[in-house]
Write a protein that binds this ligand. Structure first.
Ligand code: NAP
Length: 238
């Protein structure tokens, strides 16, 4: 999948990774980026190729409205995400589980449904920004892990359904990124700029599953080498 001269629809465009993705996509020569987010006035990029759109991804009405406006999309990037940092049991905010599923799973599904026909016609691409926690449960945010795991299965199913139409479907599984979402995490974090560059490279190289940073690569290797020990290590983070 080439990025140069392509049109991209990006959700969560005002977030930390979203803004870095806009810069990386422009640098790679994208001809247009529909920068979709709940508050387009918060977008900082001023480039004629960036078209701000209002989109709460949980709103089917707003998805339909974006679909009517953005008719020339080659690459759909489902980047909007929600992490309420809640356990599965004894959650301080039990409703967080459905809020996370609404953003991380159902919105991704609904956007893919809205754009699948067009992406088939244009032999385009879908990028779903998930998390390494799609592959292993961190109990302190077990609810987020379950929603990202659901989105991982969704991504694999979409890839199978779209393979004959030559639509690339890429899962991105980052470790911790230095954005507002992980502001309270004290450990090492990947820069959103590095993750965005890795995503652009993954598109160009036709990657299916991208582990874009050292932490994600280390966890993926641990799961491949010794799944039980890796899972037990994460389980200790209650
Ligand atoms: N940061 C990390 O450590 C990390 C690690 C692994 C994966 N990820 C994933 O990376 C992606 C980008 O997150 P980030 O790190 O850039 O965090 P961020 O700066 O907090 O950005 C999250 C983005 O998602 C948007 N969003 C949330 N709910 C939405 C909704 N209902 N409709 C539309 N947009 C919504 C936010 O919009 P508002 O500003 O309007 O809330 C914001 O633009 C997410 O999918 C996240 O799960 C992040």
């Amino acid at each position: 999948m080439q990025v140069a001269h392509k049109t991209v629809l990006l959700t969560g465009a005002n977030g930390g990774l979203g803004q870095a993705l806009i810069s990386a996509l422009l640098e790679a020569g994208a001809s247009k980026i529909y920068a979709a987010c709940r508050a387009p006035e918060r977008l900082t990029q001023v480039d004629p190729r960036v078209v701000p759109l209002t989109l709460d991804v949980t709103s089917p009405v707003q998805i339909a409205s974006v679909r009517r406006l953005a008719k020339d999309v080659d690459i759909l990037i489902n980047n909007a995400g929600l992490n309420c940092q809640q356990r599965l049991l004894d959650a301080a905010e039990p409703e967080a589980a459905s809020a996370e599923m609404a953003v991380n799973y159902f919105a991704t599904l609904n956007l893919c449904r809205a754009y699948a026909g067009l992406l088939r016609e244009r032999q385009g691409a879908i990028v779903n920004v998930l998390s390494i926690l799609a592959r292993v449960a961190l109990p302190a945010m077990g609810s987020l892990c379950a929603s990202k795991a659901a989105a991982m299965r969704l991504t694999e199913g979409l890839r199978a359904e779209l393979a004959s139409a030559q639509v690339q479907v890429m899962a991105v599984l980052p470790g911790v990124i230095d954005t507002a979402m992980s502001r309270d995490f004290p450990g090492p974090k990947a820069s959103p700029e590095d993750i965005a560059l890795a995503i652009v490279s993954g598109l160009i190289e036709g990657t299916d599953t991208l582990y874009p940073d050292p932490m994600a690569q280390q966890v993926a290797q641990g799961l491949a080498d010794d799944r039980e020990t890796t899972v037990a290590g994460f389980a200790a983070f209650l």
